[in-house]
Design a protein around this ligand. Sequence first.
Ligand SMILES: Cc1cc2nc3c(=O)[nH]c(=O)nc-3n(C[C@H](O)[C@H](O)[C@H](O)COP(=O)(O)O)c2cc1C
Length: 204
Amino acid sequence: MPTVTEAIQSRFSAHSYDPTHVLSEQDVTGLIDLARHAPSAFNLQNWRFIAVHTKEAKAKLLPLAYGQEKVVDAAVTFIVCGTLDPHKTIAGSLRPSVDAGILDEATFKGWVGAVEGMYADNPAMQRDEAVRSASLAAMTLMMVATERGMASTPMIGFDQAGVADAFNLDDREIPVMLVTVGRAGKTNWPQKPRKATSDILSIV
Ligand SMILES: Cc1cc2nc3c(=O)[nH]c(=O)nc-3n(C[C@H](O)[C@H](O)[C@H](O)COP(=O)(O)O)c2cc1C
């Protein structure tokens, strides 16, 4: 099993997948069981995942992903959604932290109030938070895939409105990213070089 450092250094965005590789529904569920450990503001967990797993669902996704064959060849493609209206769901998301004895009742009420104040009348902030949370979940998902010896690809090359319609998303759900997961095919680039740390880091 790779260390986190090894996973970060070895992960690459796959172009080609082995179309014979199959994941069971249990394997697919196991990926999200770990991805849901990603952090989110106030522990909002303002995300939802649709696993495009069957042949029929993949065929439906293909034209909406502008013909990117990897959504058919990979074992599964997740539609990673960020959800809006976090002030309507925060109490339910946070209550288990009180039940677990992590947050006290006063902190719970304070956070619920803070979320109401920050997001209720601020659609731009709701959207930002949906994209932030879904992106962190997507990255966590890709790390899990890497740990399990699989390749992954984050994708924004898809028709967002078309995907929302075809996969019956709620109008409060934003399809933020597709993440394809499966066994790598034969023709992939390795991870590409990154900018030097010295060019992107300021320590103040
Ligand atoms: C938000 C986002 C959207 C992307 N969309 C696509 C896509 O639609 N199709 C694709 O083949 N790769 C897509 N990529 C993969 C990038 O091209 C890739 O991460 C980048 O070239 C770095 O490659 P590497 O991680 O393998 O080094 C996307 C990556 C991100 C983070």
